[in-house]
Design a protein around this ligand. Structure first.
Ligand code: SF4
Length: 198
């Protein structure tokens, strides 16, 4: 089982191309200024069977470039995340990007590191540091590091990814994603003088 904060079937601001995005629920790091504090609690979100989630992503695969896993902290649910990524790696051509608040050295020290890294095309590593905020190129702050683990992507591909996207659902809900999603929402609010529709 994986505790999930949210799932988006199509995004352009969470990696190159059209991607599904999985935000896991739960993060014990609590970086000051984290743009997604609703993902911190390990009691929030909902639990999903890994197989169910895999089937949903595989059903979308023909329309997607890849999957991005973010959070929350994916590595705090490593067994379930690995089960998901290993199945997708075996059964699809989807690329995989994973965001973690752990440094690359911390990731590399895990016993599961070889398996995890073999499932990823790009790892974005390191905690968000509000004092070094610099949204762009999939990084929220300049201390975060990019690790291209296959030849699938280059720094140029990453620099072309929009910093944010704003989506309005059929129900009128405003959703902001990307490394500067909250900044984009604040800008939208500033321009209109109103908050997003509730
Ligand atoms: S590691 Fe990521 S999700 Fe966790 S508090 Fe830091 S920025 Fe937020």
């Amino acid at each position: 089982m994986l505790r999930v904060h949210d799932f988006m079937a199509s995004s352009r601001a969470n990696g190159p191309g059209r991607r599904a995005v999985l935000w896991v629920q739960g993060c014990s790091r609590r970086c000051p200024g984290c743009c997604n504090p609703a993902t911190h609690s390990f009691q929030g979100g909902r639990t999903l069977e890994v197989g169910e989630l895999c089937s949903r992503i595989e059903g979308l695969a023909a329309t997607l470039e890849g999957l991005t896993v973010s959070g929350g902290e994916p590595l705090e649910q490593l067994p379930a995340v690995l089960a998901l990524l290993e199945r997708l790696r075996r059964g699809s051509r989807l690329s995989v990007i994973l965001f973690t608040g752990w440094t690359f050295e911390q990731v590399a020290s895990l016993p599961e590191a070889p398996t995890l890294l073999s499932c990823l095309d790009l790892l974005v590593a390191g905690p968000y540091d509000a004092t070094r905020r610099r949204p762009g190129g999939l990084r929220g702050s300049s201390n975060q590091t990019l690790h291209f683990l296959t030849g699938r992507y280059t720094l140029g591909d990453v620099l072309e990814v929009p910093e944010a996207e704003i989506l309005i659902t059929p129900a009128g809900e405003v959703l902001c994603t990307g490394v500067d999603g909250s900044g984009a929402l604040a800008g939208l609010t500033d321009r209109t003088g109103e908050g997003p529709p509730s």
